[in-house]
Every structure is written in C-alpha cells, then in structure tokens.
Ligand binder design. Structure first.
Ligand SMILES: Cc1ncc(COP(=O)(O)O)c(C=O)c1O
Length: 401
C-alpha cells in the first residue's frame, strides 16, 4: 500500500499522545476507586475533579453542571428521557421537538418515547441542512418540554445557529438541548453565551478515548437518572467512574480549549484544499452549508457512482472515508440526512464524506484528491448510467423509488 490516510474523523479519531499520557497512570498504578476514603483513592478523585474542571472550562459552565457518561449516545438519552421522566416534571409537558437530520442516538430515543406515549415533532431543514426556524416556531406549544437540535451535522457538517434556536425556545418557554458530539472541539461553544440548557458530547470525536462522554446540564434542571445505583455523579449517573476514560476526555477537552485557535484554521485549510480538488471532478457537488460547516468535514455527491463502491475502492488505496449510502445494511435508501435535504435518490446514492483532523497533512489531502479522482473515473468507465449521461440520454433511474 502506497500510504494510509485516515480521513474518517467524524466516525472516530485517533487518541492523541497527550491523552494517552494523561490516561496511562490510571490504567496502571492509579487504580483506586474515587469514592473510597484512603489516600490511594484520593488521587483518582482529584483526577476526576480536574477533568470536570477542564470540561467546564471548555464549555464555559460550572464543573458541577457536567455529568460524565459512557458517550454521546448515553448523554443524548439522559437529556431526553431524564428530563421527561423527572419525578415532579409537569404531566402536561409531553411533547418534544427535534429535527429530521439528527443522529440515531436522538431519533431512536424519540421513537422510543413515542412508543410509550410522548408526542414528537420532527422539524425539517433546508437544502443546506439548516433548521427551518418558522417550522420550529410553529411546532412549539405549551406542552413542549424540550427542543433538541444538533449543533453540527455528522454527515454534511452544517452548523446550526444555536444562539437563535435557544432564544426562540426560551421566548416560548421551552428548554433547549443540543447534541454537540460533532461540534465540541471543532468550533467554539459557550453554553452561557449561546443559551444552551443541555449539551451532549463524546470523547472519541476529539481524540479522547471511546466509551466516554458527558452531558452538560444547566443548574436547576432536574433529571431522573437512567442508571440508578451508588449515587456517583451527584446521583445523576451511578456506577464506579471510568477514571482513565474521564481523565482522557478531560485532557482532550483541555487541549481543545487551549489550542483550538491554532488547529481549527489549519484543519479548515486542508478541508478547503480537498473540496477545491474534488469539485474538479465533473458532476460533483458539495453537500451542506459551504461556509458554516465543520472545519474538517468535506461531503459530496458524485453522480453516476455508488458511494459504497467508492469507499471500498478507496480502502484498497489505504484511505478511510465513509458514505451515507450503504447497501450492505440491507436498506436501499440513502441516509435520512441526504433525503432530508431533498436530494433525489439517484444522486444521494453517490455520497462521500471525508472528515479531516489535526493529524492530517497537505500530502494526505493531495493523495485523497488523486485517488478519489482516479477511482471515480474507474467506476464511471464501468457504468452504463455514466455512458448514457455522456451520450446525452436522460439519466437511468438507479432505483424505482
Ligand atoms: C451527532 C452525533 N450524536 C451522537 C453520536 C453518538 O456518540 P457516541 O459514539 O459517543 O455514543 C454520534 C456518533 O457518531 C454523532 O455523530
């Protein structure tokens, strides 16, 4: 293999050296239980407290507004179910609002809530993936307990106007949660300034360890825990703390907070170079907002190719990318995000997501452009759909729907 280019950083990121070094003592000598009273455990308690402070600094909240979880999915579940299941939560507040482009951690939680009797409204987005604010405004009623809208989309990278959404929610007397799993560490987030009531994040998207995450929950909001037990995390999430994981997450957030101004412009410059190169391929379009997008996310639809074939062929060249159209899942439908932004099926099937990180280089990007261009040409050379398009015939419909 000529080289290996990991460019699927929205799926997960490699652990950074500083995170590894910070975690190591807690995987070896620092094995005490932070709840214990003896000195061996005090170090672990201090380490968890320090991580909580780092997380709070990164979001501009108080340390005791952070609840450590096993990841973004758990944080999302805790925000939605924890709020609605609260002991004294008003019975009339049985409605929540989310969007059609959320991650399944939110969508499947909402489907579950619907099954047990709650009402959910799914607000649509425009063709760049921005929430339709007028639809959102109309959807909020006196029964709405919570609006949950993601900060930035994991497939197309579009960033929402969180401050405007929070203002709208508060003006109508409802709370605002954001799934910021793709956003934390990739853009500035200030929960106070933006007016966010709850926010979910995940360690492994910011060069921290897998299986770690947190929910920021503004003081005064009462949540019913999903995991009852020994009362850790101030009773909001029981279970002996994943000390090494929490330390790793804290270190990753500390690094993000301190160094974001340096690495975000660098990652964005790589993304822009990649976008410029890939858009030279004929019949290729960028998906998502061209400006207000995550610094590392380049997402495309490339006509007359199958996204899954492209990803598999790029893998043979040592390149890790992803697509929102995976036939191997048994579904012929492209991703719900690509459908929600209104792409026709036959176009959405040729989606490619390349997500870059601080560890990528200009050479990586040039290799990506070269290989993507080559593989697209190879696939099109074999494609009757491409032949038809080139001969000026109307495009073949790939699927009936
Ligand atoms: C937007 C979004 N929310 C939630 C999650 C789930 O996070 P985790 O893998 O930490 O459970 C992901 C993971 O891809 C995501 O992209």
């Amino acid at each position: 293999m000529e080289r290996v280019v990991y460019s699927d950083n929205a799926a997960t990121t490699p652990i950074s050296k500083n995170v590894y070094n910070a975690m190591l003592p807690y995987l070896t000598t620092g094995y005490g239980n932070p709840s214990s009273l003896y000195s061996l455990a005090r170090e672990e308690k201090k380490a968890v407290d320090q991580a909580r402070t780092y997380a709070a600094e990164c979001l501009n909240c108080e340390p005791d507004e952070i609840i450590f979880t096993s990841g973004g999915s758990e944080a999302d579940n805790l925000a939605l179910k924890g709020l609605l299941f609260g002991k004294n939560f008003p019975k009339n507040k049985h409605h929540i609002i989310t969007s059609t482009i959320e991650h399944h951690a939110i969508l499947h939680t909402c489907e579950f809530l619907e099954r047990i009797g709650y009402e959910v409204t799914y607000v649509g987005v425009d063709e760049q993936g921005h929430i339709k604010m007028d639809e959102l405004e109309q959807a909020i009623t006196e029964n709405t307990a919570l609006v949950s809208i993601m900060a930035a989309n994991n497939e197309i990278g579009t960033i929402q106007d969180l401050k405007a959404i929070a203002e709208l929610c508060h003006s109508k007397g409802t709370l605002f949660h954001t799934d910021a799993v793709q956003a934390v560490g990739h853009m500035k987030i200030d929960v106070k300034e933006m007016g966010i009531d709850m926010l979910s994040l995940s360690g492994h998207k910011i060069r921290g360890p897998k299986g770690t995450g947190a929910l920021y929950c503004r003081k005064g909001i009462v949540l019913e825990p999903l995991i009852h037990g020994g009362g850790q995390e101030r009773g909001k999430r029981s279970g002996t703390e994943n000390v090494a994981g929490i330390v790793g997450l804290g270190e990753a957030m500390h690094y993000a907070h301190e160094h974001m101004d340096e690495y975000l412009p660098y990652v964005a410059s790589l993304r822009d170079r990649l976008i410029e190169g890939v858009l030279k391929i004929p019949y290729t379009q960028l998906t998502g907002d061209p400006v207000n997008r995550l610094p590392g996310t380049a997402s495309f639809v490339i006509e007359c190719i199958e996204g899954e074939s492209l990803v598999l062929r790029l893998d043979l060249a040592g390149i890790a990318t992803s697509t929102g159209s995976a036939c191997s899942t048994g579904s012929l439908d492209p991703s719900h995000v690509l459908m929600a932004i209104g792409l026709p099926h036959e176009i959405a099937h040729g989606s490619l997501r390349v997500t870059l990180g601080e560890q990528n280089t200009v050479e990586d990007v040039d290799y990506l452009i070269e290989k993507i261009t080559y593989v697209v040409k190879t696939l099109r050379d074999m494609s009757p759909v491409w032949d038809e398009k080139m001969s000026g015939q109307p495009m073949l419909k790939l699927f009936d729907k």
